[in-house]
Ligand binder design. Structure first.
Ligand code: ADP
Ligand code: MG
Length: 241
């Protein structure tokens, strides 16, 4: 079953064309990693997928909802979890409150239900003992695991990750990637922008290489990493590997 279907997606900021013509189909349970140089449009692409940015052309269909039509975007967005590079936790709320806030505010759960599921999610990301701490009492890796738990609290059926480990000290990258690996193993549909090539190779079903607002090459991890065809992919991989 197709979860996400993007056709001829275009996005510009003024005269700057950032996404030129993007096509992508993601099936249920598929893990797609997006790689590519800085400025190639990876973040803009993710932001269009959950409508943090309005697109200028093309269509995005999420679970049969066409985002270019007048539909209740908020309902669609509730089913798409997003994790950012810089965690974006609410500093004045405890870890438990950070996780339980949206399900209660959007009336998906009562306070008691939200608290109970927040505790379960904290257990799942290995942070049961941090429920009553505040974000500034946590390490970067812990904060990012909370951010993942917070996104999961809305019971999304797609998770988008925008360089979730790029702001972390190296010793904390593994703990976040492990949480993401376990999500993938549980069948979550995921689109992950990452510079972690080891993760992309091990976990993804498909790797997408973006450059200059286009998907220049895509394939299995082995195809893209071991047998890249496009000169721009080869050049990029030579620089980073
Ligand atoms: P990536 O995530 O691949 O590094 P981005 O999607 O962040 O790339 O950015 C792609 C291009 O769009 C860059 O040239 C960037 O400067 C530009 N851009 C991104 N966001 C905005 C914005 N809000 N306004 C104007 N230009 C933007
Ligand atoms: Mg980016």
């Amino acid at each position: 079953m197709v979860k996400l279907k993007v056709t001829n997606l275009k996005k510009n900021y003024g005269d700057l064309q950032v996404l030129k013509d993007i096509d992508l189909e993601v099936k249920e349970g598929e893990v797609v990693c997006v790689i590519g140089p800085s400025g190639s449009g990876k973040s803009t692409f993710l932001r269009c997928l959950n409508q943090l940015e309005e697109m200028n052309g093309g269509t995005i269909i999420v679970d049969d909802h066409d985002l270019s039509k007048k539909i209740n975007i908020n309902k669609v967005r509730e089913n798409i979890g997003m994790v950012f590079q810089n965690f974006n936790l609410f500093p004045h709320l405890s870890i438990l409150q950070n996780i339980a806030l949206a399900p209660v505010q959007l009336k998906k759960q009562t306070k008691a239900e939200a608290k109970e599921s927040a505790l379960k999610l904290l257990d799942r990301v290995g942070l049961s003992d941090k429920a009553n701490s505040y974000p500034d009492q946590l390490s970067g890796g812990q904060k990012q695991r909370v951010a993942i738990a917070r996104a999961l609290a809305m019971n999304p059926d797609i998770m988008l990750f925008d360089e979730p480990t790029s702001a972390l000290d190296p010793e904390m990258v593994g703990e976040v990637l492990n949480v993401m690996k376990s999500l993938a193993k549980d069948g979550m549909t995921m689109v992950v922008v990452t510079h972690e090539m080891g993760f992309a190779r091990e976990v993804s079903d498909r790797v997408i290489f973006m450059d200059g607002g286009y998907i220049v090459e895509q394939g299995s991890p082995d195809e893209v990493f071991s047998h890249p065809k496009n000169p721009r992919t080869i050049d990029f991989l030579n620089k980073i590997l």
